[in-house]
Each structure stands twice: as C-alpha cells, then as structure tokens.
Design a protein around this ligand. Structure first.
Ligand SMILES: [Fe+2]
Length: 365
C-alpha cells in the first residue's frame, strides 16, 4: 500500500521528468520503478565518476566475444552474467548442432539478435528469425539448425518464465500471448547412425545421454508446457505524450528474480519540456542488463550487439551530451527508433571473466 505522503522540498519542477532548467533528474526508487521513490534534482551529472573496486558498470560489444559455438559446431554458448536465479549467455552458432541440447537447470528465453534458422524440438519444428523471442521449457530437448551465423542472447532462469500478472492494462498488453507461434508435432525418423547424443547443460556439467533412436520422435502432445516463438514486431508499445514512462510498463516475461523487457520504436513524447531520455538512476533493488538490438538515439546510431550491465546501487543513464542533444532536436524527431532488450535481476549479477576482459572501461578512466 502506498502512502499519501509525497513531499516536495526545495527546487523541483512542477511536472515529473520535465522542465529541468539545467538540473539533473535522478531517481532513488525501490522495487525497480514501482516502490517508494524520490526524484532528486541535482546540480551535476551523477554518472560522472570513476570506480575502484568490483562494483562498476560494464559495456561490452558482443561481436568481440568468442562463444565456443561460433568456431566449433560441438561448442556451447558463452556465460556472460550469472546469479542464483539466472544466467545470461551468448551464442553465435553458424553450423547445425551435431547433438541435441537440453537445459536442465531452468527455462530458456532466447532473443534472436541476428540470423534465422530452424529449431527442431520434441514438440515439432519452429522457424525463427531476427527479433524473435524463443521460449524453451526447462529440460525440453532441441537442436538448432541455423541458416547462417546466428547471434542469440540467452536467458536461463532457475524456475519457469511466466507472463506478468495482469495489471491495469489487462491481460493482453503489451504482450498478447495469443500471437505466439506454437509447433505442430513432427516426429523425425532415425537416420541410421549408431547413437544420438542429448547434451544436458547444467551446473557442474555437461552430461550426455546417448540414445539408439532419434530423440525427437513425438507423434503428438497435449498440455500447457510447450516451446513457442514471438516476434518483437507484434509487441504493443505503451507510450504517453507528456511523460517518459518507466521501464516496467514494457515488461514481457518474468521468472523468479528475473524480469525481461522490450524497449521498442514508439512515438516520442510530444509535450514541450518533456524529457525524452530516461532519467538518471541507480536502480536500488535490481541489476540491469541492456542489449542494444537495433536503432538509434535521435539520430545517434547505437552499436548493435552492445551489452551494458549496471549493478544495483550504481548510477547510470545516457550521457549528459545525449540528453542535451535530445532537447535541442526535440522538434526534428517525432519517433524513437531504438530496439533494446532489457533484463533486470533482483540479485546481483556476476560478470564472467570474458565480460571483464572485454569491458570498454567507460567508468575506469
Ligand atoms: Fe536503468
């Protein structure tokens, strides 16, 4: 239950996230963006710091990372970030899996950043393409057959991904589950080989099971636990003319301690004085990962495949220069064309050695 008390002290603009008059808009809020909160109006850019110690934002170009599956068909994805609730991995496979995969520690949610292909699953085949989310239930067996080199952002939860509870917008917005693509059963015949490897990915693994028959041999299925794809083109973006809405309105799927959001092209806020750039914050209760899929920030191209990690409690936000430019160009742009995938986690994420080795080091200068 929220309090009626909402104080206003000192110099504050009348509207939230607007009419800053040179002040820096900084939020100290609980529970992501839905709990008790304070908007603080500062003199200086709160992201202008250098860090000493392990807690710092990292920025990595995923094209610089070398997942084993990029150069070896037998290889697997690269672990980028992990905590007790989740793992965030990168895959860049260009050759068909010579084995079958099964992630036995939790549900998988994959974002197809680049490329297309076929996913053979126990439930039947699923085609995928750029901008698809692919959901694979925990311990479901599948095989990836890419058309060309693929780049996947992979999120593994330790329990099941679910549609967020219906809020004030109802059950079908911004994500309408009726728009998912669900596979039809299509059992695959044995091809004459001696054994079929099903590789189990798990903590302390992998483990391989060898069958003498094709593991994707399901003639039919029923129930409510199945893989699907959903393209971000079908996501219904929520917007407002007079305020930049908090990221929580773009929630797509969630598991315990893991929240996945889509920030997609939309009309820009149009009421003069409205800040179009997300305000500074230190997301007190959540680590944040942003994956830049495509687009630009009011004409400034964003590097596709850039991954940013902001630990909870550490300030982050677009640079002041970008904010000034967005204000200056207010009348030139009436749309935002960014496509960013965001992952928020309740527990702290640990970046892997590969992430730390490839950090662009923007906060260590
Ligand atoms: Fe953030």
């Amino acid at each position: 239950m929220e309090s009626f008390v909402h104080l206003r002290k000192g110099k504050t603009p009348k509207r939230v996230h607007a009419d800053l008059d040179g002040l820096k808009d900084d939020e100290l809020g609980r529970g992501g963006f839905v709990g008790r909160t304070a908007n603080m109006y500062r003199r200086n850019d709160p992201t202008a710091y250098r860090t000493v110690g392990p807690l710092r934002p990292t920025d990595v170009l995923s094209s610089e990372l070398k997942p084993a599956d990029a150069s070896d068909a037998q290889g697997g994805p690269l672990l980028m970030f992990s905590n007790a609730d989740s793992q965030v991995l990168l895959s860049r496979r260009s050759e068909a899996m010579p084995f079958f995969a099964r992630y036995v520690d939790g549900d998988l949610l994959l974002f197809v950043h680049k490329g297309s292909g076929l996913l053979e699953t126990e439930f039947g085949p699923l085609r995928y393409r750029d901008g698809d989310w692919v959901y694979i239930p925990k311990a479901c067996t599948f095989r990836q057959v890419p058309d060309t080199e693929n780049t996947w952002l992979m999120i593994q939860a330790t329990d099941d991904f679910r549609v967020p509870p219906a809020g004030t917008l109802g059950r079908h917005f911004p994500f309408d589950p009726a728009q998912v693509t669900i596979p039809e059963p299509s059992p695959i015949d044995d091809d004459g080989r001696d054994e079929y490897e099903v590789r189990l990915y798990h903590e302390g693994g992998p483990t391989s099971l060898f069958y003498q028959h094709h593991p994707l041999d399901v003639e039919g299925w029923r129930g409510d636990n199945f893989p699907f794809t959903f393209n971000i083109e079908d996501y219904t973006v929520i917007t407002s003319e007079s305020v930049h809405l908090p990221p929580t309105v773009h929630l797509f799927m969630q598991a315990t301690g893991v929240y996945v959001m889509n920030f997609l092209p939309k009309p820009a806020e149009s009421v003069p004085g409205t800040e179009r750039t997300p305000w500074y914050h230190r997301n007190v209760d959540y680590d944040e990962i942003a994956f830049f899929h495509a687009g630009s920030l009011y004409g400034i191209p964003m590097p596709p495949g850039l991954i940013s990690h902001a630990p909870q409690g550490v300030h982050h936000g677009a640079p002041e220069k970008a904010r000034e430019r967005a204000r200056r160009k207010f009348d030139e742009y009436d749309r935002v064309d960014w496509s960013v995938i965001a992952i928020d986690t309740r527990r702290r994420l640990t970046p892997s050695a590969e992430i730390l080795a490839n950090d662009l080091g923007q906060h260590q200068k």
